[in-house]
Design a protein around this ligand. Structure first.
Ligand code: SAM
Length: 284
């Protein structure tokens, strides 16, 4: 890391709802309209091509059919929700704890003429309060790391799926179980990541698979996408440099610098095989 941070920089509320209300507009400049990592076939590809590939890989795994009722848990500004609904003829609900994200998702859906088939609601993925067995497809696209009660998340996703329905998840994961000593030695780095990305906790893909099984879901697809995801950080860094002034106006220069620093930290954690990226899909 390259910058000394003042205590004032560390006072942001990093709870996911407050965090996403604060950063969503800046994230659109740094990450793009898809608020998620990219999957690169070649490192030289553009970030939007790679982030869209992740959405399409999720859709392939989700095995949508026209008319499916679809729940997107942690929908960001609804970019992937909208694409999936349009591409596959879904009727959908996107939920997020960020009121700002939900407002942007609603406006985007209205502008795209999708308000009839898509709604966006402020709800918590760990207690979504939808009726049992009310969806054909549920996915959590890079949102589970922000939900502390992972058992609750998986249980809720399983509960609202109909029998034979499918749950799909992708996220940043622990590449392998890590010791308490390693976590302690990386306290500064994990602290930085929490300030930049919100109060996140990562799990191994094995743990997600175990929680899915405990929620009555049968995992039939697992993918390690870590290597293909790694060029994402170069794309974020390039966007950070290209949009420095706008991002600083939105979240401040210290937060911009911390975002840039986090790209280095994430690359190191990827290269040390501490963090990675995975996907799983399961049938009820
Ligand atoms: C990294 S963004 C991913 C957004 C979107 N899935 C995409 O790929 O563009 C994480 C999203 O999860 C949402 N989120 C965080 N905690 C949540 C919770 N407990 N329940 C529902 N959504 C949550 C955030 O507000 C944000 O929209």
């Amino acid at each position: 890391m390259t910058t000394q941070h003042t205590p004032a920089d560390r006072t942001h509320d990093i709870s996911p709802a407050a965090h996403y209300d604060r950063v969503t507009d800046a994230w659109a400049l740094l990450l793009g309209d898809d608020l998620h990592y990219g999957v690169f076939d070649e490192a030289a590809e553009s970030l939007p091509t790679a982030t869209h590939r992740l959405t399409t890989l999720m859709a392939d795994a989700a095995d949508f059919h026209s008319g499916d009722r679809f729940l997107d848990v942690g929908c960001g500004v609804g970019t992937s929700t909208q694409w999936a609904a349009r591409q596959h003829g879904l009727v959908g609900v996107g939920i997020s704890t960020s009121g700002h994200g939900v407002a942007r998702a609603r406006a985007n859906a209205a502008a795209a003429g999708l308000s009839e088939s898509l709604t966006f609601e402020i709800r918590d993925g760990m207690r979504n309060e939808f009726a049992d067995e009310s969806f054909d497809r549920v996915w959590a696209l890079e949102s589970s790391h922000l939900m502390r009660d992972r058992t609750g998340l998986l249980r809720e996703c399983g509960r609202v799926l109909r029998r034979g329905g499918r749950f799909t998840l992708c996220d940043i994961v622990l590449a392998q179980p890590i010791t308490f000593q390693l976590v302690r030695s990386l306290r500064a780095e994990f602290g930085l990541l929490s300030r930049v990305f919100g109060d996140a906790r990562m799990e191994t893909l094995d743990t997600y698979a175990e929680l899915a099984a405990a929620a009555g879901l049968e995992v039939d697809l697992r993918r390690d996408l870590s290597a293909q995801v790694r060029p994402t950080f170069s794309g974020w860094r390039a966007n950070g440099l290209a949009h420095r002034a706008e991002v600083c106006a939105l979240i401040g220069v210290e937060s911009w610098q911390e975002f840039m620093d986090s790209c280095d930290v994430l690359e190191q954690m990827w290269d040390r095989e501490i963090l990675g990226y995975g996907m799983l899909s399961a049938i009820k």
